[in-house]
Each structure stands twice: as structure tokens, then as C-alpha cells.
Design a protein around this ligand. Structure first.
Ligand code: ACO
Length: 354
């Protein structure tokens, strides 16, 4: 029995392949290296949706229109979630979206985190939300809605990030979305399941704590002593380890390169790389028999910080990219017509007490 489903193949997919031994990620036949930094998020949305939803003639235009629509729907709800953490507020507003299975439903769900995260952050800071501009690229519009104006470098970095995290095999949140889709529920329900699973620190909740860790190390002064103390008391180092990868997560380097292309990140990058090297050393000593390498979340933290997101928004920005994968997987699962319904092994009270 595979508690945690480690070796279980629970779905067939044409969407992405994670080769944990070689450290390769393939998205619909394209290696991550050929997509990240070279393809827009809109192009990747079209790539993922193709064959699962009727594609509009012009995906960037349709996604721009969906941002306008999502903003109009969400705006009256923003004051209701004023006191909630950003991620929970985003999830609550997204729960109000229609629960259909059309292309319009899908694009609205892709658009929602992109308009909600900036609007919620601005609301928390006492500023009015900035309405989306349908004529701007998706990532550039997010940067604009955050209040940074037209900033090509930030937009390019965010675009690279959204493409890098758009899909990743049958990870926990994608599996959750597929389970819900297998019941023939709508796309909003499937996306909400994905959002729930993504939130935890063992999945998409790690990048904020990565920055907390860097801060704590800066304050303590001695990185090796701090990191060794953490693992010795049973804590997991955020941004390291992975269920599938037995080598370095290929997304880490794609994101590191994107951070390096941003102005004024050299000092932060040097500092983070030095801590990364010590952390890997500490983890090797802690678990000599188990490869614990850098995962996507370590450089996600640096990239999103450099783009201008506060750390409480990081997991929501992850959802901004991954929502495309959740929807494609939900459609792929629904097309199989097969309910996902595994079994559990019952342990009677007498055996549990023994
Ligand atoms: N720091 C210290 N020890 C670790 C770490 C870590 N980051 N990761 C794994 N270990 C330890 C585990 O505690 C476990 O030890 P144990 O057998 O004594 O309990 C051992 O290494 C083996 O763990 P795995 O079975 O490989 O880990 P698992 O597949 O269950 O977990 C996970 C993978 C959740 C990503 C884990 O490595 C972790 O918690 N990392 C830190 C959080 C993090 O970075 N999350 C983001 C993941 S990437 C993503 O989802 C987008």
C-alpha cells in the first residue's frame, strides 16, 4: 500500500511530464528551457487548453477581456474580504465566480488571480484598485495593476515565472483539481480544490517562509549554525526537497536566471546563493542517504520579491500561473468520464488500540 500515493499512477496526461531522475520538466512536448523566458503566459494557456476547450481566435485579447470581466465581478466583493489574508480573500472571491465548463468560465478563472492579487494588496494598503487594461499583456498588466506602471523588466520576470509554474504533472493541487473534475463539478469547484491544496507549506506555501528564513539567517549572522539548528530540531528547510525530483528542480535555474536579468538583484542573489550552498551542505550531512536539492520555491521567493510582491502574496501569485494547469487537467480528467474514487483500508478499533 502506498500511503501518500508515491508510486501510484492515477491519471494519464498529455499536459506535462516531470522526470525526477533527470531533472526535466516537459510541458506538452516542450522542455521548460524552451518555454521559460521565450514564451508568453498567454501562449502557454493556449498550449495547455488546446483540445480541451474551444480556443478563442486571439487568446491574449480574450484573456484581456476576461480580466476586465473578472475585475467587474470582483470589485464589489473586495470590501467584504478586507480583513482576510490575501490568499483567503482571493479564494473567497473566486468562489463567487460561475461554476461552468466553457472557455469563458476557464478564462475568467485564469484572469481572476491576476486582477485579485493586485487589487487586494492595494486595498490592504489603503489604495484604490487599478482596473485592468485589456490591451496590455497579462503579466505586464499585473505589474501595472500593482502600481508599477509599464515596467518591461518586471513584466518579463513575472511572465517567465507564470510560464515556469503553469503545470507540473500530478502534484497535490492538480490531483485535487482532477478529483473534483472527475465528479463532473464545474471548473470553479476544481480550481477551488487546487487553491486549497496549494496553500500549505509543503506545496505552494513555501516561498514566503523562504524569505523569513533568509531574514532569520541575516539576523543570526551564522548561516550554517542557524540551518543546522533548524534541521536538528526536526524543521524542514523551506525551498528544499521534492517528492519527485532526485536532482535539482529545473525550475530553480529558470527562475534564478530570470532574477539575474532584473536590475539591482545582484546583491540579494549572491547572498541567497551562498545560503543555498550552505543549506545543501547541511541537508547532505543531515540525510546522507536522501537527495534533498533546491526546489522551485527558493528562487520563486527572490523573483517575486524583486517583481514587487510582498511575501504574503507569493502563494497567490503561484496560483496565478498554476490555475492554467489546473483547468487543463480538470478538462482532461472530465473527458475521461471516470470518477476518481480510491479505497482505504479499514483498521477496526481493536487493531487501532493494539
Ligand atoms: N528540510 C529538511 N528535511 C527534509 C526536507 C527539508 N526541506 N525535505 C525532506 N526532508 C526530510 C524529511 O523530513 C524526511 O525525513 P524523515 O524520513 O526523517 O521524516 C526525508 O527528508 C525524506 O523526505 P521525502 O519523503 O523526500 O519528502 P516528501 O516527499 O514527503 O516531501 C516536500 C517533499 C514536502 C517538498 C519536502 O521536501 C518539504 O517539506 N520541503 C520543504 C517545503 C518546501 O520547500 N515546499 C515546496 C515544495 S515544491 C512545490 O510543491 C511547488
Amino acid at each position: 500500500m502506498a500511503i501518500g500515493l508515491d508510486e501510484v499512477v492515477a491519471a494519464e496526461t498529455v499536459l506535462s511530464d516531470v522526470d525526477g531522475a533527470r531533472g526535466q520538466l516537459v510541458i506538452r512536448g516542450h522542455r521548460l528551457d524552451d518555454l521559460a523566458g521565450r514564451t508568453t503566459f498567454e501562449e502557454v494557456v493556449a498550449l495547455l487548453f488546446d483540445g480541451f476547450l474551444p480556443l478563442p481566435a486571439d487568446v491574449p485579447v480574450a484573456l484581456g477581456a476576461a480580466r476586465i470581466e473578472a475585475f467587474a465581478m470582483a470589485r464589489p466583493l473586495l470590501p467584504l474580504v478586507r480583513d482576510r489574508p490575501v490568499y483567503d480573500a482571493m479564494r473567497a472571491v473566486m468562489a463567487m465566480l460561475p461554476d461552468g465548463t466553457t472557455t469563458a468560465d476557464a478564462l475568467r478563472l485564469v484572469a481572476a488571480p491576476a486582477v485579485l492579487i493586485p487589487a487586494l494588496l492595494r486595498q490592504a494598503g489603503g489604495a484604490a484598485p487599478i482596473a485592468p487594461d485589456a490591451a496590455t499583456g497579462h503579466a505586464a498588466d499585473v505589474v501595472r495593476m500593482l502600481g508599477h506602471g509599464a515596467d518591461g523588466a518586471r513584466a518579463a520576470a513575472l511572465d517567465t515565472y507564470l510560464v515556469t509554474v503553469c503545470d507540473h504533472g500530478l502534484n497535490a493541487s492538480t490531483f485535487a483539481a482532477r478529483v473534483v473534475a472527475s465528479t463532473a463539478a464545474g471548473l470553479t469547484s476544481a480550481v477551488l480544490a487546487g487553491l486549497g491544496a496549494l496553500k500549505g507549506p509543503l506545496h505552494g506555501g513555501a516561498p514566503g517562509p523562504v524569505l523569513d528564513m533568509l531574514d532569520a539567517i541575516a539576523q543570526a549572522g551564522d548561516a550554517r549554525a542557524w540551518l543546522s539548528h533548524e534541521v536538528a530540531r526536526g524543521e524542514r528547510l523551506m525551498g528544499f526537497g521534492h517528492r519527485i525530483y532526485r536532482v535539482r528542480d529545473p525550475r530553480a535555474d529558470a527562475l534564478k536566471a530570470a532574477v539575474a536579468r532584473l536590475p539591482q538583484t545582484a546583491g540579494r542573489l549572491d547572498e541567497a546563493q551562498a545560503i543555498e550552498a550552505i543549506a545543501l551542505d547541511v541537508l547532505r550531512a543531515h540525510r546522507p542517504g536522501r537527495v534533498l536539492e533546491t526546489n522551485v520555491e527558493f528562487y520563486t521567493a527572490l523573483l517575486l520579491e524583486a517583481v514587487g510582491f510582498p511575501r504574503e502574496a507569493f502563494t497567490g501569485v503561484f496560483a496565478m500561473g498554476r490555475v492554467a494547469g489546473w483547468i487543463a487537467h480538470a478538462r482532461e480528467q472530465a473527458l475521461t468520464g471516470r470518477l476518481i474514487r480510491p479505497q482505504s483500508r479499514y483498521i477496526p478499533p481493536s487493531a487501532a488500540a493494539a
